[in-house]
Design a binder for this molecule. Structure first.
Ligand SMILES: *[C@@H]1O[C@H](CO)[C@@H](O)[C@H](O)[C@H]1NC(C)=O
Ligand SMILES: *[C@@H]1O[C@H](CO)[C@@H](O)[C@H](O)[C@H]1NC(C)=O
Ligand SMILES: *[C@@H]1O[C@H](CO)[C@@H](O)[C@H](O)[C@H]1NC(C)=O
Ligand SMILES: CC(=O)N[C@H]1CO[C@H](CO)[C@@H](O)[C@@H]1O
Length: 380
């Protein structure tokens, strides 16, 4: 068992900290495209309810009504929203959009929670068959097949227009960019912000960094090419209405991948540098992915992490990875036997899934009672 990280001083700070958003990833909209070998177009467009699905409304209701959370991150795939025959931009597959919009409507309008719109694309477009590594990096001018930064702006402009009257959406620019020049990521993030604001939207935006937007490596060079640290660039984003926060992911296993059952990387000390950077730059952040396995060691690590976020004012929200309607007995995170966070499901041993273990032990006791329930998504 770990010694508690929290000092009396940080307990005092906790009294002032304000977590606005607390919840869970709803993963499934990006499913069904993973091919055994790199096969562009594999699984596209896919069949709704079979290859992909966004939420189970009944389990969203359980999370809101019984667990009292107010935040869902809802994944989708850009190659399904903008089929390859259209290209990335303002022309959508209206069928896929309406299926996604129905899920967002249920979370926000019916249940009153906030929904984080998540294009689950690693800042790549055109081949999700071996995500996160396939597909052209958006804005790579050396790659004739790559979508441009301008196309990315047009895509975000259109998406924001479609949600312009919904105060409860939050726009996540992209899931886990990696292995790309960090200044290009800055330009793409800025293009997304420009596209969203020019649509008239004032909603909260979350901007990711490089290196899978990992919190532990935020201030370090990242990737095979040693790309510049996210901290060198992401403080240069300009939002005319100052309603943009940073989107961070952090797993607690040995290589920060979330693929191992054991938790060995302490969240609080690994996030200390990015927290200091946020403070120095007067920025806020949401931890939109983290997780732990079904074991006592991870229960403690997850508990320490969520308490750390509550104790530091730079952090305004979190969502654990992952619930979702079509995980079955698979584990989205943290070892094969953990299972998903979908209420009522079982793990690969036929036992209750992580909703009954990780969530019950380490998340439920840490759900703040005073979450943001009304008003447009914002930093405060
Ligand atoms: C749009 O999505 C629907 C539902 O997945 C699919 O049946 C249809 O073929 C898609 N259209 C294009 C152009 O991809
Ligand atoms: C950009 O495209 C070129 C040409 O395909 C490729 O060699 C390079 O690796 C790409 N850059 C990134 C960051 O993917
Ligand atoms: C949705 O969740 C409810 C409640 O756990 C469950 O009874 C139902 O079977 C689920 N539906 C699907 C399609 O998975
Ligand atoms: C730990 C984990 O599974 N994280 C994931 C978040 O999103 C997709 C799932 O579709 C994964 O590729 C990420 O690594």
């Amino acid at each position: 068992m770990l010694l508690s990280y929290l000092t009396p001083y940080t307990f005092l700070a906790a009294a002032w900290a304000k977590i606005l958003y607390a919840g869970v990833n709803e993963s499934g909209g990006e499913f069904g495209v993973f091919a055994p070998t790199d096969t562009p177009g594999f699984g596209l467009p896919g069949r709704f309810g079979v290859d992909y699905a966004f939420i189970n409304k009944s389990t969203v209701d359980i999370f809101v009504d019984q667990e009292k959370i107010n935040f869902f991150r809802v994944t989708f795939l850009m190659e399904r929203m903008c089929p390859l025959s259209f290209g990335l931009g303002s022309k959508f597959n209206e069928t896929y959009f309406s299926e996604y919009a129905d899920a967002i409507h249920h979370i926000t309008t019916v249940k009153g929670a906030y929904a984080l719109i998540d294009p689950h694309n690693y800042m790549r477009y055109n081949d999700p068959s071996m995500q996160p590594f396939t597909g052209s990096v958006i804005g790579n001018i050396s790659d004739p097949k790559a979508a441009t930064t301008q196309q990315f702006e047009a895509f975000w402009h259109e998406l924001a227009l479609r949600f312009v009257s919904n105060p409860k959406v939050i726009f996540g620019i992209n899931n886990e960019p990696h292995d790309m020049p960090t200044d290009l990521l800055l330009r793409n993030n800025q293009a997304a912000i420009n596209g969203i604001r020019s649509a008239g939207s004032k909603n909260l935006i979350l901007a990711p960094g490089n290196g899978f937007t990992g919190g532990h490596s935020w201030t370090q060079p990242t990737g095979a090419a040693g790309d510049a640290p996210s901290s060198d660039f992401m403080n240069k984003l300009v939002d005319p209405i100052k309603n943009t926060a940073i989107d961070i992911h952090e797993y607690l296993d040995v290589d920060f991948s979330g693929q191992h059952a054991e938790c060995t990387q302490p969240g609080p000390s690994n996030l200390a540098d990015v927290t200091a950077w946020l403070r120095d730059n007067n920025l806020k952040a949401v931890l939109s992915e983290f997780g732990g396995g079904n074991n006592k060691n991870c229960f403690q690590f997850v508990d320490d992490l969520v308490k750390y976020l509550a104790a530091n004012d730079e952090w305004i929200g979190w969502s654990i990875w992952a619930a979702g309607p079509i995980w079955g007995t698979s584990s989205p995170c943290c070892g094969p036997d953990t299972g998903s966070l979908e209420p009522g499901a079982v793990n690969d041993m036929g036992q209750p899934d992580a909703f009954s273990t990780v969530w019950a032990t380490s998340i439920r006791p840490n759900i703040p009672t005073h979450l943001k329930r009304d008003g447009i998504s914002s930093l405060s």
